[in-house]
Each structure stands twice: as structure tokens, then as C-alpha cells.
Write a protein that binds this ligand. Structure first.
Ligand code: IDP
Ligand code: MG
Length: 141
């Protein structure tokens, strides 16, 4: 159901380096439609809830610290097979290992400060979308 919709977060590092426009521009140029957009600053509780899957990882406290360090931009994208394709377009978690031309390769600065989040089709995409866009469906309709 959600394979044609996905969530991207432009993380606080990319927002603070004024990369919102460039990242959105790349996603739109790649053919994905922006169908939801909101800027928010998460509380520690909210960041922990969003990343609950990583609660037991050693990087979790640092991840929460980073994700609450400033505002982020949540983007709902719609397009054929968007969930899988946007993950590819975003690149590997570690920007140093991400393929050339991917968003993380070009905008990420460390494995933590990797510029963007993109929902994983193997995980709960609906939960991630509804975390930022509780209203049902496509806001363009
Ligand atoms: P993903 O964002 O590519 O799906 P995950 O393994 O789900 O990667 O990790 C979630 C986020 O946690 C990453 O995007 C990154 O910001 C951070 N992170 C992952 N692994 C590490 C690490 O080893 N050190 C520091 N931060 C990490
Ligand atoms: Mg992940």
C-alpha cells in the first residue's frame, strides 16, 4: 500500500547548512512529487519514539541528541515504487560509502550526520509517514 509513498527527513545538519532547497530540488528533478511538507523540531521523546527500532544500539543516545539539535524538514514523496527508489537515491548510511551522486554522498558529513532519512520498505513506512502526516492520504487530492 505504501510502496508508492515514502518519508524523507532532511535532518538538522542539512537544515543548518542551508541545503533544504537543493535536496528538495534533487528529489523533484528525479521525478518524485512532494505531497507533504513540514518543518518541526523534535523533543527527545519524539526522536526516541521515531527511532525506537534502534533503542538498544550504542549509537542511539547520539542519534537522539543529533535529531533534536535543531529543526528538521519532513517530506512525503509520491511516485512509482518511491519507497525503494528513494532509498537508492539517498545512498548508504555512511556518506563515505554512499555511491557518487547520491544525496548522502553529496550532503552527508558522517555516519550520524548523513543529511537525510528515507523510509525503509522492509520497515513500517506507514508508521513513519503518519508520525509527521497524521492526516490520511495525499494532500494534493
Ligand atoms: P538508515 O538511516 O540508512 O536506515 P539506520 O541503520 O536505520 O540507517 O540508522 C539510523 C540512523 O542512525 C542513521 O541514518 C544515522 O543517522 C544513525 N547511525 C546509524 N549507524 C550509526 C553509527 O554507527 N554511528 C552513529 N550514528 C549512526
Ligand atoms: Mg533505517
Amino acid at each position: 500500500m505504501y510502496s508508492n509513498q515514502t518519508l524523507v527527513l532532511i535532518k538538522p545538519d542539512a537544515v543548518s547548512r542551508h541545503c533544504i532547497g537543493e535536496i528538495l530540488g534533487r528529489l523533484e528533478a528525479a521525478g518524485f512529487a512532494v505531497t507533504g511538507l513540514v518543518m518541526r523540531r523534535l523533543s527527545r521523546e519524539q526522536a526516541g519514539e521515531f527511532y525506537a527500532i534502534h533503542r538498544d544500539k550504542e549509537f542511539f543516545p547520539g542519534l537522539v541528541e543529533f535529531m533534536t539539535s535543531g529543526p528538521l524538514v519532513a517530506v512525503r514523496l509520491t511516485g512509482e515504487d518511491a519507497c525503494r527508489r528513494v532509498r537508492e537515491f539517498v545512498g548508504s548510511t555512511d556518506p563515505a560509502k554512499a555511491a557518487p551522486g547520491t544525496i548522502r554522498a553529496d550532503f552527508g558529513t558522517s555516519v550520524r550526520t548523513n543529511a537525510v532519512h528515507a523510509s525503509n520498505p522492509e520497515e513500517d513506512v506507514r508508521r513513519e509517514l503518519e508520525f509527521f502526516f497524521p492526516e490520511a492520504g495525499d494532500t494534493r487530492r
